[in-house]
Design a protein around this ligand. Structure first.
Ligand code: NAD
Length: 253
């Protein structure tokens, strides 16, 4: 059912939240657009400007690694300045109230952690761009170390331990999904009684399979997105409005 207007959507969502025992939010780039981080697919989104660099290209080519890091450094001011929005804060309030055990996110911006979720309560399906990792041995690097080395050598650095490339701790196209996160997201999707997909175009798989999985396991499904998605037809409630406006009433004090 598509909410006829924002107010009736918020009221219906409030009733569903009140009667649910276990709520699992699933968030995409849309929850962070009001924080100044562009999404991928909206007009003006990141992909309207840059073609994504697949994992095999990153591994094979120094040039691709340099380009990938140049793009990341160009975004640093945006990521560093971003603060949790109304959507993040509403979810954090419901987490504190004991309704949300953990959040499943496709986002890489660390804003759920910044809003008050402990790191182990944020299931990051696509990793995190606020730090880096060696793709060989997994050694963690801070971004300012990568930047210093890049500026010094004019090229993206390799791991000091094993000489493999260092990459933001994100999952690129063509890179394996993180097993433990996929497992935990599966368990939560199957255990919840209310699943809320927020600001995701629901086209990136396998992540986009979770709303469907929750629905099949008996949960009620809510989709909040200002644009239609391919899964609207199976949702119990679709709120086609701005996320901050929709979730703002749930932020509390
Ligand atoms: P997407 O760009 O495909 O979709 C974002 C969706 O959010 C769109 O459908 C858009 O209509 C909606 N939206 C944007 N702002 C909104 C608002 N204020 N209110 C309501 N709806 C809004 O992003 P996705 O589905 O998350 O998937 C693509 C990939 O993007 C993810 O894997 C993620 O890693 C990556 N990504 C993350 C960030 C981030 O961490 N903030 C930013 C860009 C891309």
């Amino acid at each position: 059912m598509i909410a006829k207007d924002l107010q009736s959507g918020v009221e219906r969502l409030g009733d569903m939240i009140a009667s649910a025992d276990i709520i699992v939010p699933f968030t995409g780039a849309g929850i962070s657009t009001e924080c100044g981080i562009p999404d991928f697919r909206s007009p003006g989104g990141i992909w309207t400007r840059n073609r994504p660099i697949p994992f095999d290209e990153f591994v094979a080519s120094q040039e691709a690694r340099d380009e990938s890091w140049r793009r990341r450094f160009a975004m640093e001011e945006v990521f560093a300045a971003a603060r949790p929005g109304r959507g993040h804060r509403a979810l954090a309030a419901l987490h504190r109230a004991g309704k949300i055990p953990a959040v499943i996110t496709q986002n890489i911006d660390n804003l759920h952690q910044a809003s008050g979720f402990a790191a182990d309560r944020v299931i990051e399906l696509h990793g995190n761009t606020t730090y880096a990792r060696c793709i060989g041995c997994g050694q963690v690097y801070q971004l300012d170390w990568v930047k210093r080395r890049f500026d010094q050598d004019g090229a993206a650095p390799d791991c000091t331990g094993c000489d493999e490339p260092v990459k933001t701790a994100t999952i690129s196209f063509g890179q394996a999904m993180p097993e433990e996160e996929m497992q935990r997201a599966t368990e939560l999707s199957q255990a919840c009684d209310l699943f809320i997909a927020i600001g995701s175009s629901l086209v990136v798989w396998p992540a986009a399979g979770f709303p469907m999985m929750a629905k099949r396991s008996g949960a009620r499904l809510v989709i909040i997105n200002r644009e239609p998605t391919e899964q609207d037809a199976i949702a119990d409630l679709v709120i086609r409005h701005d996320i901050g406006e929709t979730l703002g009433p749930f932020v509390g004090n």
